[in-house]
Design a protein around this ligand. Structure first.
Ligand code: FES
Length: 107
């Protein structure tokens, strides 16, 4: 099972076992990781699943599709490595993925 490390803004880390095929957001929800709200349930329509992808992993992920790119701009404190975790599909190659959770999901 691919492991994903979520790091809260406080620095607290959560390493979870994810399942290939599910979204990074769903892996967080299944493991009660704080700070991932996912109000829309994964439809790239709320930006409350916003994460910052660790620099070592940004090139390993597919580029965002247009709907994700548009919606992530609505997130709080957007950075160049901002992604919507509901649009990131877990694959075996993403074992060890590190994402950081912003201090807030609301602007
Ligand atoms: Fe709503 Fe990801 S869960 S945009």
């Amino acid at each position: 099972m691919p492991k994903i490390k979520f790091i809260e803004a406080s620095g607290e880390e959560h390493v979870v076992d994810a399942t290939a095929g599910q979204s990074v957001m769903q892996a967080a929800m299944d493991n009660l990781v704080p700070g991932i709200v996912a109000e829309c349930g994964g439809y790239a329509n709320c930006a409350t699943c916003h994460v910052y992808v660790d620099a070592a992993w940004t090139d390993e992920l597919p580029r965002p599709e247009a709907n994700e790119a548009a919606m992530v701009e609505c997130a709080f404190e957007v950075q160049a490595n901002s992604r919507l975790s509901c649009q990131l599909t877990v694959t075996p190659e993403l074992d060890g993925l590190i994402v950081r959770i912003p201090s807030s999901q609301m602007g």
